[in-house]
Design a protein around this ligand. Structure first.
Ligand code: NAD
Length: 488
């Protein structure tokens, strides 16, 4: 079945409207159109979200969690079909698409628990008969801008938390993967019916390109912008939101490294490196792009990796033995070619798609394109002598998302995770930099944007903190012992 035929079957089964509209979605599998969507109207979406906020913020948080619980259960039921659509529209292999939907389910579960745990502190007051406390209140409409490579999970990471925190959500998905977003909205509508109705405008989808994103970003009714995408996008969005004193959460590009030390289990390392470098055809923000290997083991590891890279099956991501699907489009292929030149190995898989063999490039110094994120499967390999030198190399790029070390030496592992170690938001030991769980806060430093979303206490970004001081006495002592009495 062609991707277009399979997509049509999914639309019919899932009740997705996709024949009208000016925005065309193409499958990277064969480069052909698979559906159309209609451009949204940012202004009316913001008006509706502002109205929905007035109601949703008053719904008790555990009740808001109930809506997210229903959505999570619908995602469980829809997992196989939604995963198929992700594969058709983003080109990732089915196993990874199923994993992406599982992430949505996981964050819904997390958010349901969270809806009963939006804790504030009580604080000792310095004044007699006074009490201090902190409350977390809903913030306002949250705009989620998402990238093509995680067409639905990023929305869920944000939306599940934002909703239990009492906020409406507007979603501006990638213009390359609009149909996956339409499919999720079908589930949202169903969840609303099962819940007994949610405020109109609580969860909205606004399709469009960059200009639609810009109009939403500039709207003062949007309290928070959570934007996932390239560093170039973040550099445009960050200052625009700051200018109107909005809140921003940026999840931008990565340029992730793994250090492999002499004591490492090379079998384990090689398997992890293959998944991290070649998985999702090198199109993850956490993709491994720089391998920093001790010179004593480099020859042996590089040989293993060359064999793995040569044998990995590349092709139609719907085939169960394929591990590497297509690049998203021709522009991605051209970006890879600009770096590799004639070294690029194009694979003849499905006509119309851009399929490449993951490349392993040995370099003597960390410079040039290695300092940038080329969103394609290119793994640079660099040798080191001393662990301090390896950590310095790990940190000597503008991005700071994910990193990892393979070692059985406790000192090296602890040093890597210490204040003098990796400067990234994520630092792993004996696993690759790619493939995070939802339980931890996700995000990175420097040009990755500094945002944290998903687990741990990331929920706080979606709420407004209020400090309360209550006087239950009959005197009025001032803080810091200040006296301000009118003379009798
Ligand atoms: P992109 O920056 O081209 O687009 C991302 C989204 O931003 C799209 O929805 C796009 O329409 C929108 N956009 C672009 N410019 C905008 C502007 N000026 N104002 C408002 N919206 C704008 O990214 P992409 O090619 O879809 O995705 C790949 C990039 O995303 C890579 O750099 C990757 O590392 C990054 N990414 C980061 C994370 C993370 O969590 N750190 C996760 C996934 C992807």
């Amino acid at each position: 079945m062609t991707p277009a035929e399979e997509a049509q079957r999914i639309f019919d089964l899932a009740g997705i409207e996709s024949s009208a509209g000016k925005l065309v979605s193409h499958s990277p599998i064969d480069g052909k159109p698979i559906g159309r969507v209609t451009r949204g109207d940012p202004d009316s979406a913001c008006a509706r979200a502002a109205e929905a906020f007035e109601q949703w913020r008053l719904v008790p948080a555990p009740k808001r969690g109930e809506f997210v619980r229903i959505l999570g259960n619908l995602l469980r039921e829809a997992k196989p079909i939604l995963a198929k659509l992700i594969t058709l529209e983003s080109g990732k292999i089915l196993a990874e698409s199923l994993g992406e939907v599982q992430e949505m389910i996981d964050i819904c579960d997390f958010a349901v628990g969270l809806s009963r745990q939006l804790y504030g502190l009580t604080i000792a007051s310095e004044r007699p008969n006074h009490r201090m406390m902190e409350q977390w209140h809903p913030l306002g409409p949250v705009l989620v801008i998402s990238a093509f490579n995680f067409p639905v999970a990023v929305w869920a990471w944000n939306a599940a938390l934002a909703l239990v925190c009492g906020n409406p959500v507007i979603w501006k998905p990638s213009e390359k993967t609009p149909l996956c977003a339409e499919a999720v909205m079908v589930l949202v509508r169903r969840a609303s019916e099962r819940f007994g109705g949610i405020p109109h405008g609580l969860v909205q989808l606004v399709q469009g390109e960059r200009d639609v994103g810009e109009a939403l970003v500039d709207d003062p009714r949007i309290a928070m912008v959570s934007a996932t995408g390239s560093t170039a996008m973040g550099k445009a969005v960050g200052p625009r939101v700051a200018q109107r004193f909005g809140r921003v959460l940026l999840e931008l590009g990565g340029n992730n490294a793994t250090i492999v030390c002499p004591s490492a289990d090379l079998e384990l390392a090689a398997r992890a490196i293959l998944f991290s470098a070649a998985g999702t055809a090198g199109q993850r923000c956490t993709t491994l792009r720089r391998l920093i290997v001790h010179e004593g083991i480099a020859d042996s590891l590089v040989e293993r990796l060359r064999n793995l890279f040569a044998s990995v099956k590349i092709g139609d991501p719907r085939d169960s033995d394929v591990l590497v699907g297509p690049l998203i489009d021709e522009a991605a292929f051209n970006a890879m070619k600009a770096v590799l030149g004639d070294q690029i190995e194009r694979v003849d898989a499905v006509p119309g798609g851009f399929y490449v063999r993951p490349a392993l490039v040995e370099v003597k110094a960390q410079e040039g394109p290695m300092l940038e994120e080329t969103f394609a499967p290119i793994l640079y390999v660099l040798r080191y002598r001393e662990i301090d030198e390896a950590i310095a190399l790990n940190n000597a790029v503008p991005q700071g998302l994910s990193s990892s070390i393979f070692t059985n030496d406790l000192r090296e592992a602890e040093l890597f995770m210490s204040a003098a170690g990796s400067d990234c938001g994520i630092a792993n030991v004996n696993i690759g930099p790619s493939g995070a769980e939802i339980g931890g806060a996700f995000g990175g430093e420097k040009e990755t944007g500094g945002g944290r979303e998903s687990g741990s206490d990331s929920w706080r970004a979606y709420m407004r903190r209020q400090t309360n001081t209550i006087n239950y006495g009959s005197d009025l002592p001032l803080a810091q012992g200040i006296r301000f009495d009118v003379a009798p």
